[in-house]
Design a protein around this ligand. Structure first.
Ligand SMILES: NC(=O)c1ccc[n+]([C@@H]2O[C@H](COP(=O)([O-])OP(=O)(O)OC[C@H]3O[C@@H](n4cnc5c(N)ncnc54)[C@H](O)[C@@H]3O)[C@@H](O)[C@H]2O)c1
Length: 325
């Protein structure tokens, strides 16, 4: 598992470990934490180090790579495109070349709903055109195509999971999304509420939605972890390469999220409304039919569990010693 010390990777490591699947993590730790990997095998290194990747795959007889490692900051990708193309695209090509040489047969790839750009209609299904609107999204779309061609040329089968908005934390509050790095609405809103150090900015409340704010599909990180297991099993059973959405099919507005956090905390989230942000789709949420049909996976949790686990985890972080995230 590349990037297994990061937010979604750490939850997936735990989920695999819980069902007795052997996992080895490769992470540079640039944006992840060794503690998040529990006491499972962790190699600190870079996905572009082909010799290292090949050696790990041979030594551990790796048959499937779950590939999380990437940079994910959309705004930064528009300022530093080379950084994103090097790590997310070149890094993946090096990883795949080494993996193919070592006999790896399957890849589960962290793609993103951002490959659709502003969807022509919602819910978004997988037949909608790919239309990235940022360098970050473009790197995901390119890697999907790289995987297609590695399938044609090398017989490497893959599932690209197009995540919607990953959120929430583990139910035991052991791991979650560290707000030091996270720019996503939920950690930023909880930070504004718990620390009071920075008001939340709401980017526009005059959109053509019921409450005027943007709508997104939030998916609990433990549900996401289960989607990876379903994808691994699908490939192991001989499934063909494919791309599937991983979302709930339900849209929540920015104000839905704020109201949910306020109910948990019993006080308001300090926020103010600013101008719309360029490139923000008004509304995007998934059509989850294909993930169920192909992978047999469907989410168990909704916004309530996402907000309550995230809130509990952040409170625990403030109260106790810094934990993994
Ligand atoms: N968080 C979301 O809502 C979301 C949505 C869609 C897609 N994704 C994708 O899912 C994946 C995981 O996201 P996350 O939220 O867990 O991110 P994260 O930043 O928490 O984790 C990424 C991990 O990859 C590691 N990493 C980065 N470059 C590396 C390299 N070259 N070699 C080795 N390790 C490297 C980092 O140290 C980090 O531990 C990413 O590919 C991201 O683009 C995330």
């Amino acid at each position: 598992m590349t990037g297994g010390a990061g937010y979604i990777g750490a939850h997936t490591v735990r989920a695999l470990h819980a069902i007795g699947r052997p996992v080895i993590v490769l992470d540079s730790l640039e944006l992840g934490s060794a503690a998040a990997v529990l006491d499972l095998p962790l190699v600190v290194g870079d996905i572009s180090d082909e010799a290292l990747v090949e050696q790990i795959c041979r030594d551990h007889e790796v048959d499937t790579i779950v590939h999380f490692a990437a940079y994910k900051n959309v705004g930064e990708s528009m300022k530093l495109p080379a950084k994103y193309f090097h790590n997310n695209v070149d890094g993946t090509v090096h990883l795949l070349d080494a993996a193919v040489r070592a006999g790896v047969r399957h890849v589960v790839f962290s793609s993103s709903c951002s490959v659709y750009g502003t969807p022509a209609s919602v819910p978004v299904d997988e037949s909608q055109p790919i239309h990235p609107e940022s360098v970050y999204a473009e790197t995901k779309a390119i890697v999907e195509r790289v995987l297609h061609w590695y399938g044609v040329v090398h017989g490497l089968e893959s599932v690209s999971l197009r995540y919607f908005n990953a959120a929430g934390a583990s139910f035991d509050s052991a791991i979650g999304e560290d707000w030091t790095y996270a720019l996503n609405l939920i950690p930023v809103a909880i930070r504004a509420l718990l620390t009071g150090d920075q008001e939340l900015q709401v980017f526009g409340d005059d959109y053509p939605t019921p409450d005027g704010t943007c709508i997104r599909d939030y998916i609990h990180v433990d549900d996401l972890a289960q989607a990876h297991i379903a994808a691994i099993d699908y490939l192991a059973a001989g499934g063909d390469s494919t791309a599937v959405n991983v979302g709930t099919g339900l849209g929540s507005s920015v104000f839905d999220v704020l109201r949910g956090i306020e109910r948990l905390a019993g006080r308001p989230v300090p926020h103010h409304v600013v101008d719309r942000r360029l490139g923000d789709p008004v509304s995007t949420f998934s059509d989850p039919a294909r993930s169920f049909a192909v992978l047999g996976w469907q989410p168990k949790y909704g916004l309530d569990e996402i907000l309550s686990t995230a809130y509990r985890w952040h409170v625990a972080q403030l109260e106790g010693p810094a934990g993994p995230g």
